[in-house]
Design a protein around this ligand. Structure first.
Ligand SMILES: Nc1nc2c(c(=O)[nH]1)N[C@H]1C(S)=C(S)[C@@H](COP(=O)(O)OP(=O)(O)OC[C@H]3O[C@@H](n4cnc5c(=O)[nH]c(N)nc54)[C@H](O)[C@@H]3O)O[C@H]1N2
Ligand SMILES: Nc1nc2c(c(=O)[nH]1)N[C@H]1C(S)=C(S)[C@@H](COP(=O)(O)OP(=O)(O)OC[C@H]3O[C@@H](n4cnc5c(=O)[nH]c(N)nc54)[C@H](O)[C@@H]3O)O[C@H]1N2
Ligand SMILES: [Mo]
Length: 736
């Protein structure tokens, strides 16, 4: 609905309709970017409607967005700041004030810094959040590089593409005749509307759609071709496609000649990756590999949308590089309807990450570099991989992290190796949780700070391409809450970093960031439904044509030393990595460890997005839990019947590292050798009488099932962590 309609309806019902931004797709508020009207009656937040004026959702809103009031009033909300009084893991806390909690944290961090150096502090954050820049700023002011990025979300793609192509190649959905969704979930992955709209519009236009993923999801239902790849084997598939296009001479000679470096080495290198070899690894039949390679290479307007599905494997970097190379040598780069480079917006809000203070010393101090130090700081600044930070607590190599702040992230369920993480949290000297609700690892915290949801604050400003808005407070905070932004301002000030933290004044912080855009929060707030800025470029003609006009990155070391697409990558070679994309098996797989297949004959993997949950939260929201009440394992009917498993039977899924108890859903749309589950299950829902599941064995936390062997479990260059293993599935029997 639009602003006028929202006001009219509210008036009729004795309500208020407050324009603001949805916060259900990512912690910290505007992660998702959908504009909403929040309805309030007698001071109570009751319901949500999509905002027509918002260019992101254009009035649409998903189930998660609608469920926001139940999240805000959830029984799981933290009530006040807590300080641990019992032993770690016991879960005994005393209530303290916000000020006492902040002072306590500042004292401990100051002492740890004096004794062990600033680098002994890490902050965990698996993905880019609305408040990410605040935690980077805090770390840099403190003197630590240990920003704990995931090793599991988007940065792996950014890295491999930048060092191969010089920029991130965006799919030009609007002009493509062939769209390949590769490890991507275009229908459920929020913010809700744009990818689904692009998908449906392409379909309506008659564009051909290809889905590459192990099991059927709504996008596959509407696709023309489905390549049911084995989990974690995308690099093998991409290498074989390179083999076919080179063997059959389906390449764009002019582009290769002019803009690619190292074609001869690539040609010789991919000879070994035949479709027959690839079939034995990735399970896609030879004819389909050849068919797709030819179709892609010979369709002039063909694009690839690469998602998270390719980032969760030890050969993630190789897969992404190989796919980037495929775009380049077939001439599908920087062309209309292909993959294109978008010009960055001319004026952006101020970068507050204190980038000018990054130096070699800071990078050398990383406890577990997400990318090798030679490639740091990368886009978001220096980063240590999330899991490696936790591991250092146990191994003390190269030194132990002693203090961790977890703002809006749950290490026991979000990263791999649950059992190692548990041991690390037991040993960790000082652990601070900053969250809106009870988390999986709360019993291990020394201090827990309860923060306001975005419906209880009026910041940050919201800035997505084409739209700028000041969110409004919908209701007064339900407890003694501040926002995650204010937490870092308060802590910065208490640590003596007030100069870098606007003396603790959040309004000043927001205005400072907005300055380059020529307005402040008060001016922005005068536009209740935000300011629609220059819409983002939609047509190819408006994009910067990187290879003709030269992007700011091209030829700008260290990205592309030759100023050309790096088919052969000298930058990687110099650091001891393969200059050409390779194939690396997951730690356990049917082709790599056949000796395990007797005991564990099925491949297990998982996926991230679903239509009604975000990551590992929101299972405690009754409206959402009713839609999808139990964790289901998709298993092919043949695999199920061979094990005497019927629909909705509870089953035990065992890997070499742990076991889960979940429900079987007989699913014809999955590879018969593979089972898959949505990750992120642990929360109960007290309103529906559902209890929490165990975090480790016997629950449904898939991250405990995988290897974390540093030699095998992640990509050595980009630390992408494996989410593939081998399992056996058996019918659950009570006295098992
Ligand atoms: N096996 C497997 N593991 C995965 C993935 C996968 O596909 N498979 N996906 C990976 C990906 S892509 C990601 S991004 C990560 C996600 O990992 P995390 O970001 O760690 O996700 P959650 O564990 O759901 O933690 C989010 C927390 O934020 C809290 N929260 C919500 N709003 C706010 C707020 O405004 N402020 C604060 N401070 N807290 C808030 C929620 O209560 C919740 O506790 O998981 C990764 N892990
Ligand atoms: N509703 C909702 N929306 C979200 C989020 C959320 O939690 N909920 N989270 C946000 C975040 S943090 C992220 S990172 C994005 C993620 O959004 P996407 O990048 O779309 O990633 P996924 O949702 O993990 O979808 C990956 C797809 O790849 C498939 N897949 C799994 N393994 C493999 C494999 O080995 N190879 C191939 N080819 N495919 C595979 C999965 O089945 C799935 O269909 O979504 C964002 N939007
Ligand atoms: Mo993510």
């Amino acid at each position: 609905m639009n602003f006028q309609q929202a006001q009219t309806i509210a008036q009729l019902n004795g309500e208020e309709a407050i324009p603001t931004v949805c916060g259900m797709c990512g912690p910290g508020g505007p992660g998702g970017g959908c504009g909403i009207y929040a309805f309030v009656r007698n001071g109570v937040f009751t319901r949500v409607a999509g905002m027509d004026e918002c260019p992101v959702n254009k009035g649409a809103i998903c189930a998660k967005g609608h469920a926001a009031p139940q999240w805000v009033y959830s029984a799981d909300r933290l009530k006040y700041p807590l300080r641990r009084v019992g032993k770690k893991g016991e879960g005994k806390f005393e209530r303290v004030s916000w000020e006492v909690a902040i002072t306590h944290i500042a004292e401990v961090l100051t002492e740890q810094k004096a004794l062990h150096g600033a680098k002994s502090l890490a902050i965990l954050t698996p993905a880019k959040r609305a408040y990410s820049a605040y935690l980077q700023r805090f770390l840099t002011a403190h003197g630590s590089p240990n920003y704990g990025h995931s090793g599991i979300c988007a940065m792996q793609r950014a890295f491999a593409f930048l060092y191969t192509l010089g920029d991130y190649p965006r799919p030009d959905y609007n002009n493509a005749d062939l769209i390949i969704y590769w490890g991507r979930q275009p229908i459920y992955a929020g913010p809700v509307a744009p990818p689904a709209r692009a998908f449906l519009a392409a379909k309506k236009r008659g564009a051909k759609i290809v889905a590459i993923k192990p099991s059927v999801e709504p996008d596959v239902g509407m696709a023309d071709i489905w390549l049911p790849v084995r989990p974690g084997t995308d690099a093998a598939l991409a290498l074989a496609m390179l083999h076919v296009v080179i063997r059959e001479n389906l390449i764009d000679h002019e582009f290769v000649e002019k803009w690619c470096y190292g074609f001869n080495q690539l040609r010789d290198h991919v000879l070994q990756f035949t479709p027959e070899w690839a079939e034995s690894v990735c399970g896609v039949p030879v004819f389909q590999i050849e068919e797709l390679a030819r179709l892609y290479a010979t369709t002039p307007r063909a694009t690839i949308d690469l998602g998270n599905g390719v980032e969760h494997a030890p050969s993630a970097n190789d897969a992404i590089r190989a796919i980037g190379i495929l775009m380049a040598i077939t001439g599908h780069l920087d062309r209309k309807g292909a993959n294109i480079f978008i010009k960055p917006p001319a004026n952006a809000p101020k970068d507050i990450t204190l980038r000018d203070r990054y130096d070699r010393d800071l990078v050398e101090a990383l406890v577990g570099p997400e990318f090798p130090p030679a490639f740091q700081p990368f886009l978001e600044g220096p980063s240590s991989a999330y899991y490696r930070i936790l591991e250092s607590v146990l191994t003390e190599k190269p030194y132990p992290i002693r203090g961790i702040i977890a703002p809006g992230t749950q290490p026991l369920v979000s990263t791999r190796g649950t059992k190692t993480v548990l041991a690390a949290l037991e040993k960790l000297e000082f652990f601070v949780i900053v969250d809106v609700a009870r988390t999986a690892e709360m019993a291990y915290a020394d201090i827990v700070l309860p923060v306001a949801t975005c419906y209880e604050t009026d910041h940050p400003y919201h800035n997505v391409p084409g739209w700028l808005m000041a969110p409004n407070r919908v209701i007064e905070p339900l407890g003694p809450y501040k926002s995650t932004f204010e937490f870092f301002l308060d802590l910065g000030k208490a640590m003596g970093y007030g100069n870098d933290f606007w003396s603790g004044d959040i309004a000043a912080a927001m205005d400072d960031q907005l300055m380059p855009l020529g307005l402040d929060m008060a001016q922005l707030r005068q536009h209740p439904t935000g300011i629609v800025k220059q819409p983002p470029p939609q047509d190819y003609e408006k994009y910067q044509t990187v290879f003709n006009r030269r992007s700011p990155r091209l030829g700008n070391p260290p990205f592309l030393p030759q100023g050309k697409v790096a088919l052969y990558n000298n930058s990687f070679e110099q650091e001891g990595f393969s200059p050409l994309p390779e194939w690396r098996e997951p730690p356990e797989s049917l082709s790599g460890t056949p000796e395990l297949a007797g005991e564990y004959p099925l491949i297990l993997s998982d996926y991230h997005t679903s239509r009604n949950y975000s990551a590992s939260w929101q299972r405690n929201i009754p409206h959402l839990r009713e839609i999808q009440p139990v964790p289901v394992l998709h298993i092919h009917p043949e695999a199920a019947s061979a094990r005497e498993i019927s629909e909705h039977d509870w089953v035990r899924v065992s890997s070499p590292y742990g076991w889960m108890k979940v429900q079987a859903e007989l699913y014809p749309g999955i590879r018969p050798d593979t089972v898959m589950i949505l990750h992120g299950w642990w929360q109960g829902c007290s309103e529906l009488g559902i209890e929490d599941y165990p975090i480790a064995d016997g629950g449904a936390n898939v991250n405990l099932m995988y290897s974390v062997d540093p030699e095998k479990a992640y990509d050595p260059l980009v630390t992408a962590m494996t989410s593939q293993t081998l399992v056996e599935v058996t019918k659950w029997r009570e006295l098992q």
